[in-house]
Design a protein around this ligand. Structure first.
Ligand code: GLU
Length: 476
């Protein structure tokens, strides 16, 4: 590419960022970064009725979490001015004036009621309603109180190229005199985004397929203004995991920051989303952000939609967690279980690393029903549960006493699962593994399911292990 690539992500501040929005941002960002170009975050807030307070902050926070940085954004204006559309009203007025001067824009003279009647009439006659069929012969002077409409410069068939979908075309029925500026003084999306893309030098427009049907209208506006048309790339939809329809809020298209709160790694989330509708052309799946930038190619984006599969995302997260040092892994877990001591954490780390896919899951591991629940809570239990299948309580008591005897000589610092096993195994082999190991494990955990008794003892540490074994003896 000989021209500097400029892409933008242009969300409307109408609520939280969901997966679809973020994936669009990722692709636009990748195309810019791959080509050492510019990435712009533009806030499209011209529909004041739909705006949700706090969204602009939230959008930025979501992108920051994912490592998507912008060269221009709501906090970083450019030579072209603000990146927030409501602060660019003068720019749209100027562009509107160009069209008015060319005789290509006019105030809509009709009342809402008159328009509705046109609609009804078209419906009764079973033909599509087109505003341009009612275009006035003589244009009034626009005073800003009425909507300003484009006079479609030429009613014709448009053909265009989409970097993902290939050659597309649509007949004249796709064209109409659409509104440029509403009576509240704000521009429409159709108008504002084109004015801004031109002002900001955007070379590539990446967005969802819902904009394909309006593209002929956009092209007619480019013609009217005599502006160059950027490259279009229509991204594939994100589907529900059963692939029956687009992922919607009700299907779990939740706030992206929820994933952060649950303890997903930003890199894994990024990696997973980029693979919905794109692949590096080889069989790599687990990739760092840098590797993805290197491999990214807009030409390899697929046309067909891809499914969002939460299980696959968890898997991806685990792959990225596996790459972390123990230190970083612990740091990730810590904030979810702040009350667990460092020592216990260090010793439980192999079990935790093996099991969890997302940091937040460590809470459940240490929770009442969790595999490591025994660490924080020793439930009261029926002493009969200590003995293995038909073994007498008296013999069970003997076994536990023997275990105590075997463990006492081990220094606290050497109290590893291997050492503990080495001390007890010969006795268990002669006496019967179930008879010895079951009561040991039950005495340490008070529950039917847990890791093996050597690991449990190691995680509890020598002092707590001996205490729990003595408590069991006392109970018997
Ligand atoms: N504001 C539009 C949206 O939220 C942006 C579409 C575009 O990227 O042009 O969908």
């Amino acid at each position: 590419m000989n021209k500097k690539v400029v892409t933008r992500f242009a969300p409307s501040p109408t609520g939280f960022m969901h997966i679809g929005g973020v994936r669009t941002a990722i692709f636009a960002w990748l195309l810019a970064r791959k080509n050492k170009g510019t990435f712009i975050l533009r806030i499209e807030d011209t529909d004041k009725d739909r705006e949700v307070a706090g969204s602009i902050e939230h959008i930025q926070e979501s992108l920051r979490w994912l490592g998507i940085d912008w060269d221009y954004g709501p906090d970083k204006p450019g030579d072209f001015g603000s990146c927030i559309q409501s602060k660019r009203l003068e720019t749209y007025k100027k562009a509107a004036q160009i069209l008015i001067d060319k005789g290509l824009a006019y105030p809509d003279p009709y009342s809402a009621e008159e328009l509705e009647n046109f609609h009804k009439k078209a419906e009764a006659e079973k033909r599509p309603f087109l505003y341009r069929d009612h275009r006035p012969n003589k244009f009034e002077v626009w005073d800003g109180t009425k909507p300003l409409r484009l006079k479609t410069p030429e009613i014709k068939r448009y053909k265009w190229h989409d970097l993902v979908r290939g050659d597309l075309e649509a007949g004249p029925e796709a064209l109409d005199d659409f509104i440029l500026i509403k009576s509240d003084g704000y521009p429409t999306y159709n108008f504002a985004h084109i004015v801004d893309d031109e002002a900001m030098g955007v070379t590539h427009v990446l967005r969802g397929e819902e904009f394909i049907s309006s593209t002929p209208k956009f092209l007619s506006l480019y013609d009217a203004l005599g502006w160059r048309v950027p490259a279009f790339a229509t991204l594939p939809s994100i589907l529900r995991d059963d692939r029956t329809k687009k992922l919607g809020k009700r299907d779990g298209a939740k706030d992206v920051l929820e994933y952060q709160r649950e303890g997903y790694l930003a890199e894994a989330f990024f990696n997973y989303l980029v693979l919905i509708g794109w692949n590096p052309g080889d069989d790599r799946e687990v990739m760092s952000r840098e590797e993805i930038i290197q491999a990214f190619d807009i030409g390899k984006v697929q046309k067909a939609g891809g499914a969002f599969d939460e299980e696959k995302l968890r898997w991806m997260n685990k792959q990225h967690m596996n790459r972390l040092s123990n230190e970083d892994f612990l740091a990730g877990c810590k904030k979810f279980v702040p009350n667990i001591s460092e020592n216990i954490f260090d010793r439980a780390l192999p079990v935790i690393r093996d099991r969890i896919h997302v940091f937040g899951e460590v809470r459940y591991m240490f929770g009442r029903e969790g595999e490591l629940g025994f660490v924080t809570e020793m439930p009261s239990f029926d002493p009969a549960k200590l003995s293995w299948k038909g073994e007498s309580l008296a013999d069970t008591s003997l076994h536990i006493k023997k275990i105590l005897e075997l463990l006492e000589p081990i220094a606290p610092a050497d109290f590893s699962a291997d050492q503990i096993k080495a001390a007890i195994w010969p006795y268990a082999e002669v006496t019967g593994k179930g008879n010895v190991l079951w009561p040991m494990r039950f005495a340490l955990t008070g529950r039917d399911k847990s890791p093996d008794p050597f690991i449990c003892a190691n995680i509890l540490g020598k002092e707590e292990t001996l205490k729990r074994l003595r408590d069991a003896v006392a109970l018997l």
